[in-house]
Ligand binder design. Structure first.
Ligand code: HEM
Length: 224
């Protein structure tokens, strides 16, 4: 970081930031609602989380440059090089680093798995059931309910790892990565280009598809 700072460049667009902070609120809220028997809210939040995940995955295919999987998923060589300090990646590069990119996919997949198990969970003769519960037999629903309960600890471990990484970068490496996730911008030296924004109509496409999936799942999914 020898170049002088000349100002702020855009690194995260609004859809990425809205998805991110919604994940950060909804995941703990889903744990709280389950622990406190607020199953109506647990389901509503679960469907919202599903919609956000569908949108974020679509945005990873058609969104702004730093949101795209193709931009931040690098091969094992680049990840090893990044960890061993031989990488071409520099702190001035914008977007997720080679290691962070894979942790994004791990977090998104873990949340998707957790939501998917939840959709089939529950016992029709006792308590709340997910909207797709009756699409599977009682025994399968039972297994998926157990998975929904135990897999939560896997998701929790990933979230803790994520928070430790954020603390490490912020405190030890003195890289202020949290403010850009709030404002979308970060200081950068001369020559570092900002993110390339996706056209606004693609947000609409993503939102419509996400709502369609939410509605379809909420109304029971495929007919028997
Ligand atoms: C349940 C809680 C959380 C979940 C599930 C979560 C998930 C994620 C995901 C999926 C991303 C990738 C963003 C994207 O490209 O779409 C991300 C990035 C990020 N998160 Fe979180 N997050 C959580 C909590 C937090 C908290 C509490 C903070 C800070 C106080 C935080 C700070 C960040 C930062 C700074 C990045 C960008 C990392 C980078 O520069 O590459 N996250 N998080």
């Amino acid at each position: 970081m020898t170049s002088p700072e000349i100002g702020k460049i855009k690194v995260w667009d609004l859809p990425v930031r809205i998805c991110h902070w919604s994940f950060a609120v909804i995941v703990p809220a889903m744990w709280w609602t389950a622990e406190n028997g607020e199953m109506g809210w647990h389901m509503r939040l679960g469907i919202m989380l599903l919609g956000l995940l569908v949108f974020r995955i679509l945005w990873g295919l058609m969104g702004s440059s730093t949101a795209r999987f193709s931009q931040f998923l690098r091969g094992p060589g680049k990840v090893i090089a990044y960890f061993s300090g031989r990488s071409e990646w520099k702190a001035d590069d914008i977007g997720h680093n080679p290691a962070g990119g894979w942790s994004v996919v791990a977090l998104l997949l873990a949340m998707l798995a957790q939501v998917s198990f939840g959709l089939f969970s529950g016992d029709p003769y006792d308590g709340a059931t997910g909207p797709l519960n009756e699409k599977v037999g009682v025994m399968t629903a039972d297994t998926l309910t157990e998975l929904h309960e135990t897999f939560f600890y896997g998701l929790l471990a990933l979230v803790c790892l994520h928070l430790l990484a954020v603390i490490y970068y912020s405190v030890v490496k003195k890289d202020r990565i949290v403010p850009p996730m709030l404002t979308g911008k970060r200081a950068a030296p001369e020559g570092v280009a900002g993110m390339v924004a996706a056209p606004a109509w693609r947000v609409l496409v993503g939102v419509v598809i996400a709502f369609a999936v939410m509605w379809w799942v909420w109304s029971g999914g495929p007919g028997l």
